[in-house]
Design a protein around this ligand. Structure first.
Ligand code: PFF
Length: 527
């Protein structure tokens, strides 16, 4: 039994920067700009902001509150907050079993087995299953996220050594595909480098490791982002890119786009996978959960918007077309930067990929930390062995992605297995993991977390924990506050009842969140 007391963040700044480091990642700079461009620009941004405020922020408050109240990893946290056997968890278990049967009937045996296992977990562990599944999700995400990190490390190296000399997207794409298909060994080596850097960030613990690194890396990230933006928007023809990114076009917005916005809001804020519970578990009681969450959300959204401004103006100014997914970063951008007049393309590409490395590293550290905290808490293991164990497990899993990103040919046995057992005909292990985690597991775990806090633990008890450290801010009457009547005696009598931040939060997590997320799921399933 360990007798050490649990570590904590040194203060608000440390926590906000570390949590913003977890939130700001490839999702902001690589995924958000592209999905925004494709789903109607400014129209999508508005829907995304709505999702962040209505679902993202309330869920973040739930996760930090769960973490701080219990001071435990997600599994331990859910376990200690559910007082008795939960009927609701049994019902969820039965629903998942029905889902498993219907998946089996349609030939998706692999997914059916996974769903069946999840159903058993719910019946066996109650809501602690949410904690456990979210931890597994985090490790799965890290296993492919780190591979993208490995590609980025490669591109930093290539930028500064003159290896990215392409003026055409097709040339850059040829080189990238060659790299993915023919150089898995190189990617595996870079994966190890990336994972070693990630492990190095957390091996010294919360304050001396994650916090200290975040305090240097996050300001550096924003500085590099701004430098690349200044270069991009001052190129002739850059306006077209800003228009593509931000001009609202509601006709391009579909229900699939709304689901994408919701899923991305969770992904971008690192919600629904236990990370924020883990980071919250190291937060002191006197910190203000509300204001720290607002800061994290604001920084994450700012980084996403800046990400778009770093990419599209330059792409359009160099008369290139934005591409999908990895292609945008690894094919279009190298050609974009190389075309910038003045012969300094390698420098801008280098800065850009360096900035991406930082974004990816601080997010990967959060993912790894959630596995490490779990092992330390549950098995009473010290930090160093816990980091080494988690590092090895995730890196081995990551090798699967390295060898199967574009095609499965490198791993014929696995190709066969995935195609037959999961009934997935297209895409790769990478796509499978990405779709499974971001489109399904995150929103599902997010849904279960708000239901847990709103109905099982209970908004009242959770609210008490949330209130601590907020100096009454959560109990301000919103109506008197927003209408400018704050301080007026007539209105102050009713100040603590009616619509306050706290009661609004309760309504959002108990009703609005569950109903909307479920409705979107049903839309997608029945489509
Ligand atoms: N929020 C990160 C991003 O936007 O790239 C991705 C991520 C990192 C998700 C860490 C989850 C996580 F725990």
């Amino acid at each position: 039994m360990s007798t050490e007391t649990r570590e904590s963040w040194s203060g608000k700044l440390g926590f906000v920067l570390a949590a913003a480091g977890s939130a700001i990642g490839l999702g902001n700079i690589w995924k958000f700009p592209y999905i925004t461009g494709m789903n109607g620009g400014g129209a999508f941004v508005l829907v995304y902001l709505g999702c962040i405020l209505l679902f993202g922020l309330p869920l973040m408050l739930c996760e930090i509150t769960i973490g701080r109240k219990t001071g435990k990893n997600p599994y331990g946290a859910f376990k200690s907050l559910q007082l008795k056997r939960s009927r609701t968890a049994d019902v969820i278990g039965v629903l998942l079993m029905l889902g498993a049967v219907s998946l089996a009937a349609s030939g998706h045996y692999g997914f059916a087995v996974i769903l069946f296992a999840a159903a058993c977990l719910f019946v066996w562990l109650g809501f602690a299953a949410v904690g456990l599944i979210s931890l597994i999700t985090a490790m799965l995400i890290l296993s492919y996220y780190a591979v993208v990190g490995a590609w980025i490390v490669d591109y930093v190296y290539r930028s500064f050594t003159g290896g990215l000399h392409f003026t055409q997207v097709s040339e850059a794409a040829g080189a990238f595909n060659h790299y993915l298909d023919r150089e898995p060994g190189r990617i595996a080596a870079e994966l190890i480098i990336f994972m070693v850097l990630t492990a190095a960030m957390i091996i010294f613990g919360i304050r001396k490791g994650i916090e200290r690194c975040s305090k240097v890396l996050m300001p550096l990230l924003f500085f590099l982002l701004l430098a690349v933006i200044v270069r991009g928007v001052t190129l002739p023809g850059a306006k077209e890119g800003i228009r593509f990114f931000l001009n609202p076009d509601f006709s391009k917005l579909s229900i699939a786009g709304v689901l994408e916005a919701l899923g991305h809001a969770f992904y971008s804020l690192s919600l629904g996978m236990g990370i924020t519970i883990t980071y919250g578990s190291y937060l002191r009681k006197d910190e203000n959960i509300l204001s720290t969450s607002l800061w994290i959300v604001a920084l994450d959204t700012l980084a996403a918007l800046l990400g778009g401004l770093a990419i599209f103006p330059a792409v359009f100014a160099m008369q290139l077309a934005p591409d999908a997914g990895p292609g945008l970063i690894f094919n279009v951008l190298p050609a974009t930067f190389y075309r910038i007049p003045g012969g300094m393309g390698w420098f801008w590409a280098g800065l850009f990929f360096l900035m991406m490395t930082i974004a990816a590293l601080t997010s990967a550290a959060a993912l790894l930390e959630s596995g490490v905290t779990f092992i330390m808490d549950q098995f009473k293991v010290r930090r160093v062995p816990a980091v080494i164990g988690t590092f090895l497990g995730v890196t081995l899993l990551g090798f699967l992605t390295c060898y199967s990103t574009n095609h499965w040919e490198n791993l014929p046995g696995i190709e066969h297995f995935v195609q037959n057992v999961f009934n997935v005909r297209t895409g790769s292990w990478f796509d499978l993991l990405d779709k499974l985690t971001s489109n399904w597991l995150l929103p599902l775990m997010g849904l279960l977390t708000v239901i847990f806090v709103g109905w099982i633990w209970g908004a009242r008890k959770a609210g008490r924990e949330l209130r601590e450290g907020t100096h009454g801010l959560v109990d301000e009457n919103l109506i008197t506050w927003l209408s400018g009547f704050r301080g007026e005696p007539r209105y102050m009598e009713a100040a603590n009842s009616g619509l306050t931040i706290m009661t609004l939060w309760g309504i959002l997590i108990r009703f609005v969140g569950p109903v909307v997320i479920l409705a979107i799921f049903i839309q997608v399933i029945t489509k």
